[in-house]
Ligand binder design. Structure first.
Ligand code: SAH
Ligand code: SF4
Length: 395
């Protein structure tokens, strides 16, 4: 189904993906798909059901990546499984650690696409920022990811694979309910999650499955730039916390910052928020607001923000994000005093408005800085080529 939007999302086949070596990666398959895949490979219905259950537990609860480790599956069956299937992980091109403890991984898909994930440790939680697409078809003017040319949807396996890889890196297998380092997930990496709805939903269902990774939906947040027609489905079919990238309170400013606003305007967006299933005072919607100097940071903007959120009676909190710069960005971050004043006005309007501390800026891991170094290299190559051409022209 084409999702209505500014630019249609990249379609992906929903069949079980087969790797170049002919084997099937079991990561990312729904429980039913796993059973059907085993039946398709020749197991009878009863065996397929039993083995699917065992495999599920080993994969998502124990973090196994080798069939040989699966002690309750007959040894004679291990080679049969290994010939046909793999339990994959995203390829790691580079892993970096910031001075503040934030970790960023540059990942590579089997077909050579780069994407990124970021882990942000805090005193009381550890948050994994997960990507939903390689690049993004939307072109928000302050976001580095929006300048990437290459876009493809990540599969459910590549999305849940990020969580599996983080668990590997943190040595958090088997899955335990208590004492985890990885406690929260935010769909705030590269891409617009609601333009890759089916894969994001399937991946998050795997993440929430009580027998597997077992993260509560209350600890998962999906951030959208405001794909209005998909928001209700997100609430009904996924049911996680919602964050909305608002960033502007007038049509002109939001049209510039978040161009999808030309298609789904502020009023329609806030109506969809008011109707979001599951939002209430205990589970408020987060409105993200990037602080851009002299663009959206005036006292009037703050007052208009309060008026709008009140008008729609939204159970809301506002997250003020200091703008994270990137090379060639057309904006500056608002001054700290301005951000404080803006926060106070919203707070006095009865809405909490904390300022998000930027994390991992030194390794380009902060919000909106994600753009793979492979892509950067390509850009650098292009710049060099352009310089060489210019030099020739001058000669
Ligand atoms: N596409 C989704 C989710 C990914 S972006 C969305 O737009 O909501 C995650 C958050 O980072 C969004 O609120 C986005 O607006 C914000 N962001 C993007 N670029 C930024 C930058 N340079 N500085 C600060 N925040 C940024
Ligand atoms: Fe895409 Fe979100 Fe960046 Fe906009 S802010 S370009 S929707 S990733």
């Amino acid at each position: 189904m084409p999702i209505p939007g500014h630019i249609d999302p990249v379609p992906v086949p929903r069949d079980v993906p087969v790797r170049a070596d002919g084997r099937i990666d079991l990561i990312g398959l729904t429980r039913d798909q796993l059973r059907e895949t085993l039946a398709g490979a020749g197991l009878d219905a009863k065996q397929a059901k039993l083995r699917a259950k065992q495999l599920w537990h080993w994969i998502y609860n124990r973090g196994a990546t080798e069939f040989a480790a699966m002690t309750d599956i007959a040894k004679t069956m291990h080679p049969w499984l290994a010939e046909r299937f793999v339990i994959g992980r995203p390829g790691v091109v580079e892993a970096q650690q910031s001075t503040d403890g934030t970790r960023k991984w540059l990942l590579k898909s089997d077909d050579g696409h780069d994407y990124e994930m970021v882990f942000i440790p805090d005193a009381d939680r550890g948050t994994l920022c997960v990507s939903s697409q390689v690049g993004c078809t939307l072109t928000c003017s302050f976001c580095h990811t929006g300048t990437m040319r290459l876009v493809r949807n990540l599969t459910a396996g590549e999305i849940v694979g990020q969580v599996m890889l983080a668990r590997d890196a943190l040595s958090e297998w088997p899955s335990q309910p208590e004492g985890r380092l990885l406690t929260n997930i935010v769909m705030m990496g590269m891409g617009e999650p609601l333009y890759n709805f089916d894969n994001v939903r399937d991946a998050l269902k795997l993440v929430m499955d009580g027998d597997g990774l077992a993260l509560s939906k209350r600890r998962i947040t999906l951030s959208t730039s405001g794909i209005v027609p998909m928001m209700e489905r997100a609430g009904v079919e996924i049911g996680v916390n919602l964050a909305v990238s608002l960033h502007g309170v007038t049509k002109d400013v939001r049209d510039e910052l978040v161009p999808i606003n030309k298609k789904y305007g502020i009023e329609a967006l806030l109506e969809a928020c008011a109707a979001y299933p599951g939002a209430n005072n205990a589970r408020r919607i987060t409105f993200e607001y990037v602080m851009l100097k002299d663009k959206n940071d005036s006292d009037d903007d703050a007052r208009e923000l309060v008026r709008l959120l009140r008008k729609y009676k939204l159970p809301a909190k506002v997250n003020l994000i200091p703008f994270n710069p990137w090379p060639g960005a057309p904006y500056l971050c608002s001054d700290p005093d301005r951000i404080r004043r803006f926060s106070n006005i919203v707070f006095e309007g009865g809405i909490s408005a904390p300022v998000r501390t930027p994390r991992g800026r030194d390794i380009d891991a902060a919000c909106g800085q994600l753009k793979t170094s492979a892509e950067k290299k390509k850009r650098a190559d292009r710049d060099r080529e352009a310089a060489a051409l210019a030099a020739v022209a001058v000669d």
